[in-house]
Design a protein around this ligand. Structure first.
Ligand SMILES: Cc1cc2nc3c(=O)[nH]c(=O)nc-3n(C[C@H](O)[C@H](O)[C@H](O)COP(=O)(O)OP(=O)(O)OC[C@H]3O[C@@H](n4cnc5c(N)ncnc54)[C@H](O)[C@@H]3O)c2cc1C
Length: 238
């Protein structure tokens, strides 16, 4: 989050703080108190939208009464997905809007989306074993492996026109911790457990709380709307 305020889409009365990380949440007689990197705040209610990894890891100090929620989050860990982007420089044999799999027999292979929207880039998607291996070998070696796979498919001449641009590291980013959630075997119901609110004061949103559209951006969005409606209903009945 950036420091500063973004009020263009919000009423003037909304005091939006960006660049502030909650470190502790306490229950008070009137609602909640948040200890953050930018000071302490009190509110009638809070919506927690951090990833299941962040919730389960204890990065945010939560009261003991929320242990069941933290446990539910631990049953919905994040899997691994990463992306590498390569720039195409100069003439190349690549065709826009095409898709190839580096090596279908290799579980760590990259899946390559070539020149999306005609742009001179290649997006390399790494899932599961491929994402874990890229994280352990580091971006330089991961880029080298991607170039190797593309050279095997398109010819060695492509080596000179492929330049590493940027690599994600969702698993290594403390505030995220992975790709998106999956329920451990037998624990699909943990999603509903995590989606419950506590005492009309603490509410939970995020993709991991969606019963069917988990692991997606639209699922995350819908759960945010659901949690906001829950807060409004709780405040109206208070
Ligand atoms: C490589 C990849 C490809 C994907 N492709 C697709 C796709 O094609 N379609 C699709 O629908 N979905 C896709 N997804 C999944 C989608 O991105 C996620 O499901 C979605 O972003 C989850 O949103 P969320 O709000 O639940 O969690 P997040 O996006 O993880 O948001 C949680 C936020 O909490 C913040 N946070 C954490 N700790 C703190 C703290 N202490 N204080 C303040 N803030 C904190 C984090 O910085 C983060 O911004 C993809 C994911 C990956 C990794």
């Amino acid at each position: 989050m950036a420091t500063g305020r973004c009020t263009s889409a919000l009423p003037d009365t909304v005091d939006l703080r960006l660049g502030v990380s909650p470190e502790r949440l306490e229950l008070t007689s009137g609602g909640v108190r948040l200890s953050t990197s930018g000071g302490k705040f009190t509110a009638h209610a809070a919506i927690l939208t951090v990833s299941s990894h962040v919730l389960a890891s204890g990065t945010i100090d939560l009261p003991v009464v929320l242990d069941d929620w933290r446990h539910a989050a631990s049953l919905l860990p994040l899997g691994n997905n990463e992306k590498l982007f390569l720039e195409i420089v100069g003439p190349s044999p690549f065709l826009a809007e095409t898709h190839v799999i580096g090596d279908p027999s290799d579980p760590e292979t990259g899946s390559y989306y070539i020149m999306p929207l005609g742009m001179a880039v290649i997006e390399c998607f790494l899932g599961g074993a491929g994402a874990r291996s890229a994280a352990s070998m580091g971006p330089e070696a991961a880029f080298a492996r991607a170039v190797e796979q593309l050279a095997a498919l398109f010819g060695t001449s492509v080596r000179s026109c492929l330049k590493p641009l940027v690599a994600s590291n969702w698993a290594g980013t403390a505030s995220i911790g992975g790709g998106y959630s999956h329920a451990l075997p037998g624990h699909a119901a943990a999603r509903q457990g995590l989606a419950r609110s506590y005492d009309d004061r603490v509410f939970f949103a995020g993709e991991a709380t969606h019963k069917t559209d988990f692991s997606t951006a639209h699922g995350a969005y819908v759960t945010g709307l659901r949690a906001a409606e829950e807060v409004l209903a709780a405040l109206r009945s208070a």
